[in-house]
Design a protein around this ligand. Structure first.
Ligand code: SF4
Ligand code: SF4
Length: 409
């Protein structure tokens, strides 16, 4: 499958915080020439990630704590060593982790957690199953499916890298049953590989979160206070695994990703290969433009994505989709008082009681919110979706969790 490349435009902007953890620190200055793959911001602190330029050109702006701006010279001159092939036979664990760290790889399923930190878990010998997450369960978005079809060999190569890090583990590629083409490709490719298998999952939402996919694959329920790693599981999204391959085997930092551009306000919905730093409007142009009245723009999937007001944003390592809709159906629904129907509690995949959480969040009673497990909400949006009173439950929980995390309680 050939995927169209998106023209990145003349001006690219790289937010310094496109991962969970501390912002990266600029290592370039205004006027400096940069090449494709060159580090422009360095990881800072224990949980952070490097950021590399996705084009060649000149740095035109550096705002510490915010972003770096690069003017594209259109030449795409690569940095020294970029794209050099490496043979991983004989490569040690610490070297592999160093390559992943240098390349600035983060969880590309949306979380953005620095991958070198996740893979450097203390009990690596206890990991018995690596779950390669190909369960792309949100409607509209398909970058992972597209990647699985287009780059299966690189994903498999990335899995072999992970198996080197966790020598007591086998790997399973978990794909939902609505992605038949990807299933067929991986079934064929793994036929003769003993420690990699394919698990076909029933399509459902949500299934991509770590605990959900572990349950779907193994039937084991991981308690909220237990890390999947401590239970012997390592879950990695397919795009992250491909980025691991690129970092370790091809000396390429994470500077490109597949982004879905879709929604009824887009003329030609498509999947695009996009350089990080690209302004959203370039994606829209590549997708044939926007229809006249677009009421809603969402970055990410319709369930867990974030609404934005305009196209003045840039693609980061975790931008999976840009969805544009003619009608803002969510805002059009009038919110009414809770009728205590209990549908939200029945729908919550984490066994939470959203109606109670909402009560506490409204009262700013964050201690009670925490007590009933409110911080275990993963923001899947299912409670909001089923609520007949159209209450913005997920949004309340996201705001409450932010306040708690910032200590504003
Ligand atoms: S689904 Fe909505 S109306 Fe029903 S109990 Fe939950 S919050 Fe209340
Ligand atoms: S968003 Fe709602 S359904 Fe999803 S985890 Fe949070 S409380 Fe549960």
């Amino acid at each position: 499958m050939r995927i169209k490349e998106c023209y990145p435009g003349d001006i690219l902007k790289y937010p310094l915080s496109q991962h969970i953890g501390e912002s990266a620190v600029p290592v370039v200055c205004v006027g400096q020439k940069v090449c494709v793959g060159q580090k422009i911001a360095a990881a800072h602190g224990k949980i952070s990630a490097n950021i590399a330029s996705s084009v060649s050109g000149y740095v035109t702006g550096v705002e510490a704590g915010k972003e770096i701006t690069v003017k594209n010279d259109g030449l795409y001159t690569v940095s020294d060593g970029y794209g050099e092939k490496r043979n991983i036979i004989g490569t040690g664990k610490s070297e592999i982790l160093k390559y992943i760290y240098e390349a600035g790889v983060v969880g590309m399923g949306g979380a953005g957690f620095p991958t070198h930190v996740k893979l450097a878990c203390k009990n690596s010998d206890k990991i018995r199953l690596i779950i390669i997450n190909g369960a792309e369960c949100e409607p509209y978005i398909s970058p992972d499916f597209t990647l699985m079809v287009a780059e299966s060999s690189k994903i498999l190569s990335g899995i072999l890298v992970l198996l080197k890090l966790f020598e007591n583990a086998s790997a399973v590629i978990a794909i939902e049953d609505n992605k038949k083409e990807a299933i067929d490709i991986f079934l064929k490719k793994t036929r003769h590989i003993k420690n990699i298998r394919v698990k076909v999952l029933k399509t459902m939402y949500p299934q991509g979160a770590e605990r959900q996919i572990i349950y779907s694959v193994t039937g084991e329920k991981i308690k909220m206070n237990t890390l999947p790693q401590d239970a012997g599981y390592m879950v990695c999204n397919v795009a992250t695994v491909k980025a691991v391959n690129d970092a370790v085997c091809e000396s390429k930092p994470l500077i490109k990703r597949i982004v879905t551009v879709a929604g009824d306000a887009v003329y030609k919905p498509c999947n695009l290969i996009v350089r990080t730093g690209t302004e959203f409007i370039k994606l829209i142009e590549a997708a044939g433009g926007l229809k006249e009245k677009c009421e809603k723009i969402i970055v990410g999937g319709p369930m867990m994505g974030k609404a934005v007001y305009d196209m003045n944003h840039h693609v980061t390592k975790t931008t999976s989709a840009l969805l544009c809709f003619l009608k803002d159906e969510v805002s059009a629904r009038a919110c009414t008082p809770c009728i205590r129907c209990g549908r939200c509690a029945a729908a919550c995949p984490n066994g939470l009681v959203p109606l109670l959480m909402a009560e506490y969040a409204i009262k700013n009673d964050y201690n009670s919110f925490i007590k009933i497990g409110g911080t275990n909400c993963m923001g899947c949006g299912k409670c909001t979706y089923v609520c007949p009173a159209a209450r913005c439950l997920t949004q309340m929980f996201t705001a409450a969790k932010r306040r708690i995390a910032e200590g504003r309680i």
